[in-house]
Write a protein that binds this ligand. Structure first.
Ligand SMILES: Cc1cc2nc3c(=O)[nH]c(=O)nc-3n(C[C@H](O)[C@H](O)[C@H](O)COP(=O)(O)O)c2cc1C
Length: 217
């Protein structure tokens, strides 16, 4: 089976938000699609290991925030490469409320609603959501292709579209021989200080992984 065909599918990049009891939380997801128009139903696919899965299952409510081409990569690093099991993802982040869920004004729109059903696959839960509130905001939506090709982003294993050789295809090839690339998220170090001279406790500004995960391009 030629799994590279899946790379020809188109997606956006989103942050799915929900509540962990009283605490706002969420994760990056590209696997989001509209299922019906009236009533408006969307589906999102969330890995069983993601903390967000447990929170959505309990709150039965979520919002989808549509990221733009200007979205700060550190937001993707925090929501897409770190877990709310370990950190408070919303600490220091500006947000508003929509239908009981946190939403970002730094997006080109969001929609929020109730989980009306779900389907279990072996690794992911597909949540079906009836949209109850929505807002469109200015900005150009970031496609998954733009995220990979222009932002040099990669996807962790919990993303349904993950492919094992992804970093080599999207980021490592794009880097020149003198660059250092984060093997976790694809961030390319281009600072003035030579990479080797960075302090040992330096971490990737996107996914917060240690210096040791960087590879020379
Ligand atoms: C570009 C990108 C796309 C992703 N797409 C999905 C997705 O569709 N579904 C999913 O479950 N995880 C996806 N992830 C992975 C989660 O965002 C990641 O595992 C996150 O750390 C989970 O956080 P949590 O444990 O707080 O829920 C994606 C990550 C990135 C960076």
């Amino acid at each position: 089976m030629d799994k590279s065909v899946f790379r020809n599918m188109s997606y956006g990049v989103y942050i799915v938000t929900t509540m962990d009891g009283m605490r706002p939380t969420g994760c990056v997801a590209n696997s989001c699609m509209q299922i019906t128009s009236d009533p408006s139903v969307v589906a999102v696919s969330i890995n069983h290991d993601n903390y967000t899965n447990k929170c959505i299952s309990e709150s039965k409510s979520l919002a989808v925030n549509i990221l733009t081409e200007q979205t700060d990569m550190t937001l993707i690093g925090r929501f897409g490469f770190q877990s709310a099991k370990d950190i408070d993802k919303f600490e220091g982040i500006a947000f508003e409320w929509a239908y009981g869920n946190p939403v970002f004004t730094d997006s080109c729109g969001w929609f929020a609603g109730d989980v009306i059903g779900s389907y279990e696959t072996s690794t992911h839960t597909v949540f079906f959501v009836e949209v109850k509130d929505a807002k469109s905001l200015p900005g150009t939506p970031m496609t998954y292709a733009y995220y990979h090709k222009v932002k040099n982003g990669t996807s962790p294993k919990n993303a349904p579209t993950y492919q094992a050789d992804e970093p080599a295809e999207s980021s490592l090839e794009a880097a020149s021989a003198s660059r250092w690339i984060c093997s976790i998220c694809g961030y390319i170090y281009e600072g003035d200080v030579p990479f080797e001279e960075l302090p040992d406790d330096w971490v990737c500004p996107v996914c917060k992984q240690p210096k040791s995960v960087f590879k020379k391009g």
